[in-house]
Design a binder for this molecule. Sequence first.
Ligand code: BG6
Length: 478
Amino acid sequence: IPVDSFDLVIFGGTGDLARRKILPGLFRRFRAGQMPADAQVIGAARSDMDDAAFREMVREAIVEFGGNGTPDPGDLDAFLERVAYQSVDAKGEAGWSELEDKLRDDCVRAFYFSVGPSLFGDLAERLRTFGLATETSRIVVEKPFGNDLESARALNRELAQYFDETQIYRIDHYLGKETVQNLMAVRFGNVLFEPLWNAQFVDHIQITVAETVGVGGRGGYYDHSGAMRDMVQNHLMQLLCLIAMEPPAQFEPDAVRDEKLKVIRALDPVEPHHIVRGQYGADEKQPGYRAHVENERSRTESFVALKAHISNWRWAGTPFYLRTGKMLRARASEIAVVFKDAPHSIFGAEAGRHRNVLAIRLQPNEGMTLDVTIKEPGPGGMRLLDVPLDMSFADALGPDGGEVPDAYERLVMDVIRGNQTLFMRGDEVEAAWAWTDPLIDSWEARGDVPKPYDPGSSGPEDALMLMHRDGRRWRDIK
Ligand code: BG6
């Protein structure tokens, strides 16, 4: 579906995120025919550069990060004609009037702040002062949205001076992932699951986001952040909300976001002994976390596992186990809903314990499995066995449906469409910080040292114990 014509200005247009995600994503939408022929993409950054040099940078970025083989040169040239550059000083006056001259009046104006949060206020203020922002303009802001409740509130207040909440698009790229949106389709598009989706039938829920990469070149940022701020406060929290929320009355921005907010507000504070923090060590192939961040005394966690409880009618008593970490055994993100045992086994104790598990695989190899109990084939009496009903989305959707669009592609188009459903509202972000802040404060006050774990493992031993103590176990990371 084509969108209205737009001018999209990307502040930080020469940065990593723009080159890896935003620009290649826009190119794919262009190629798919979704971007109107007269739309403009304007990179804006501090460096002096002309349109031609910026286009060359964009071309290289698309070739390197665009995916799906070498792009057709004709397509790429046509896209680059829609691309321009303007140097601006985010904290000064230079370049703003020139940028304004490049914008058209009769189209959607969107401004993507692909820069650190310390510049959000300056950019917002200048968009108003220099008359670039109109009543229908949108701004898009990236994470980290603050690094605690206080800083997030300050950012919200700062942006609110210049823009209405309906104009602010806070990105959590997990919400743009196809499979994450699919969580809502599975829950609310089927009659099968919702009646069982509560504490009466669900024993517990596991949410895992495991990565094989380390902190890479982002050590400076990451060491001040850690897994709790970098992943749990936003991405895992969003997954938790989608899996736990009440059905919204409509699939509309505030209806969905109201329900997510209620989940966050119903989260109990986590007991300190229900959290395990880990930090990866070295192995023969590479140095460990502390060498990566160049801080030999770092106490920052690259892994977190925790047990959360939601105090409401639907979920009272059902634990939610969350874990995420870097340098783990496999890249695997999964949500598993583990149902309770059948109330009575007519097959006797020797039939063992069998459970239905609905596992939603977010990435890679997106799909769903539902473990069901059947009779083990053969003459050996009534022996039971759990087997998965297995659905890979790529197989189910066939060769053409198999290409999963990148999260940024979807989200940028939603900005142009003016649809905020998959973006975080200010109060949601604040509520999420209000939940994580006391946990972070408590381990900082205690001087807690994260438990070491081996690269390529499933995280520290204590994380396994977190579940073993409850008579449960994590699903394998594979
Ligand atoms: C980012 C985090 O938000 O998400 C990174 O800052 C993390 O540390 C990344 O690696 C994971 O995203 P994805 O899409 O690769 O699962």
